[in-house]
Write a protein that binds this ligand. Structure first.
Ligand SMILES: Cc1cc2nc3c(=O)[nH]c(=O)nc-3n(C[C@H](O)[C@H](O)[C@H](O)COP(=O)(O)O)c2cc1C
Length: 260
């Protein structure tokens, strides 16, 4: 067959495509497990960062085994226990992996049932069973860590909020995923913004959830943190997110039931 014939060129190009696609799909399949493990590790590091354990001071120095150990070793005095709560009742739910998977699949339908005005986190996925974390420091229950999700200006904000043992104050906030502009909305990752939440902000006021990112300097420092300069819209997103997750659709029932 001539090297210049159409059938040779098409056959050669086809063979190159098949070899490349096998290589790419093989790499995707073989790396999938590793990617999932890394994603889990990243979540765990973020939970540790707001857990305020001695281990939280230098997370970069922790080995994978040490990180895993904080979540799995029940005899460890410093540990983080994962629980599931039923968002309808606010009580701890003993559910299995099959129920968790079914719940995840039904989350889009469930989100549509939320009253639009009350969906201040603008969620398109809302699960009935939500994972939460109980932190033990030196053997004593020291704080809760709750997942929080909301919408910023450009992106979905995903993070964790730490709450004191009485369920009255937010004592930490961190984000592990967002696409806000660095230097503007991206300042939600700044030491200053996170430090303001870590000072402790009372969740509830006389009209329900009172947590707020102010526009400019915070006026009511019991509930508010300072705004982000040039990024009021991301700040509003954080306010909407906190309002939702500590309200009736969020952790309010659990906290007002006395937690666990
Ligand atoms: C390229 C570009 C990126 C921006 N990124 C953000 C952002 O991430 N978060 C945000 O709230 N505002 C962002 N803004 C500004 C908003 O459009 C809006 O002006 C601002 O949120 C208003 O806040 P201020 O009242 O504090 O100025 C961006 C603007 C531009 C031009």
């Amino acid at each position: 067959m001539s090297l210049n014939s159409n059938s040779y060129i098409i056959g050669f190009a086809g063979a190159v495509c098949i070899v490349c696609s096998l290589f790419v799909s093989g790499a995707a399949v073989s790396l999938k497990e590793k990617q999932q493990l890394n994603a889990k590790l990243d979540l765990q590091k973020n939970i540790i960062s707001v857990a305020e354990l001695p281990e939280s001071k230098d997370i970069a120095q922790l080995s994978v085994e040490q990180i895993e150990g904080l979540f799995t070793e029940s005899e460890n005095p410093n540990r983080i226990e994962q629980l599931y709560i039923d968002m309808e009742t606010g009580k701890v739910a003993n559910i299995n992996d099959t129920q968790i998977e079914a719940d995840k699949k039904a989350c889009a339908q469930r989100a549509q049932k939320i009253n639009k005005k009350e969906n201040t986190a603008k969620l398109s996925c809302y699960r009935q069973y939500q994972d939460i974390y109980k932190v033990y420091n030196g053997g004593s229950f020291s704080r809760y860590v709750f997942p929080v999700v909301g919408k910023g200006l450009w992106s979905t904000l995903k993070g964790f909020a730490a709450v004191d043992t009485k369920g009255e104050k937010v004592v930490g906030l961190t984000f592990y995923s967002h696409g806000e502009t660095p230097g503007l909305g991206g300042e939600i990752d700044s030491v200053k913004f996170k430090g303001d939440w870590a000072k402790g902000k009372n969740i509830y006021g006389s009209n329900g959830v009172a947590l707020k990112v102010a526009k400019g300097a915070a006026k009511n420092i019991d509930h508010e943190v300072d705004g982000l300069s040039g990024a009021t819209l991301t700040g509003n997103g954080v306010t909407g997110m906190m309002t939702f997750w500590f309200g009736q659709y969020g952790y309010e029932k659990f906290l007002k039931n006395g937690g666990v």
